[in-house]
Design a binder for this molecule. Structure first.
Ligand code: B16
Ligand code: MG
Length: 219
């Protein structure tokens, strides 16, 4: 018998599309260093930490920087990114998400965010979503990046539920692996050609209900 007590959500790509703002900021940084950073390159940064993202960016540009210079570059990129997300509005919550969160609340399910982003509190605040999550585990609270399950296990712990009682929603392959490594159910959010290893896949939350998801999970 399945006994689901909580849903844990990745942020970027699941709740809101902040990837486009990350992209604008990384592209600007690349341009400043004299090379182009394409949208295809940006795909490689989804779900990846800020520093690892910078390493990938420098790899693309074939550029070497010292650790100290990298700290400065990452800070610069983040300052630009924060300028963008300060302008975020609740209408940028991805379609169907608000309704889904309302349904969870009505059914007494617990909710958490499990994100690599250190800007999670600001993003939730801008979207008026802070109060919809019982726990927020972000990049400031974990030492191991996805596919390590730390971020989701900490979420379950803070909610007081067992991993087997959680469904994780993830748009990145490393995040799906993190959920499965943590012994949780995982719903992939996106296209089948980009993801594998999930228990169930949705294109997004539009028209999706919690009941419908639970019925579709492999028993
Ligand atoms: P920050 P998620 C991730 O969010 C993004 O997908 C990834 O592109 C970004 O580099 C990472 O957060 C760190 O973000 O620079 O704001 O700390 O998908 O884990 O919600
Ligand atoms: Mg994501």
């Amino acid at each position: 018998m399945m006994d689901i007590k909580a849903c844990i959500f990745d942020l970027d790509g699941v709740i809101v599309d902040t990837a486009k703002y990350h992209y604008l900021a990384w592209k600007r940084l690349a341009a400043e260093m004299g090379f182009d950073f394409s949208e295809a390159h940006n795909e490689r940064l989804k779900g990846v930490s800020r520093m690892r993202s910078l390493e990938i960016l420098l790899e693309v540009g074939n550029i070497k920087r010292t650790d100290e210079e990298m700290e400065e570059l990452a800070t610069k990129k983040n300052d630009w990114y924060v300028e963008y997300i300060r302008q975020l509005r609740p209408d940028e919550i991805l379609p169907g998400v608000q309704k889904f969160l309302d349904e969870l609340r009505m059914n007494g399910l617990k909710t958490a965010i499990g994100s690599a982003s250190k800007n999670t509190p600001l993003i939730l605040e801008r979207l008026n979503l802070s109060e919809f999550f019982d726990a927020v585990i972000d990049g400031t609270k974990v030492s191991q990046a996805k596919p390590d399950p730390e971020v989701f296990l900490k979420g379950a712990e803070e909610l007081g539920v067992n991993p087997e009682q959680c469904i994780v929603f993830e748009d990145a392959q490393a995040g799906i692996e993190a959920a499965k490594n943590g012994n949780m159910y995982c719903v992939g959010v996106g296209k089948p050609e980009n993801l594998n290893g999930y228990d169930y896949l949705i294109a997004g939350f539009e028209g999706v209900s919690f009941k419908n998801i639970v019925n579709n999970l492999k028993k």
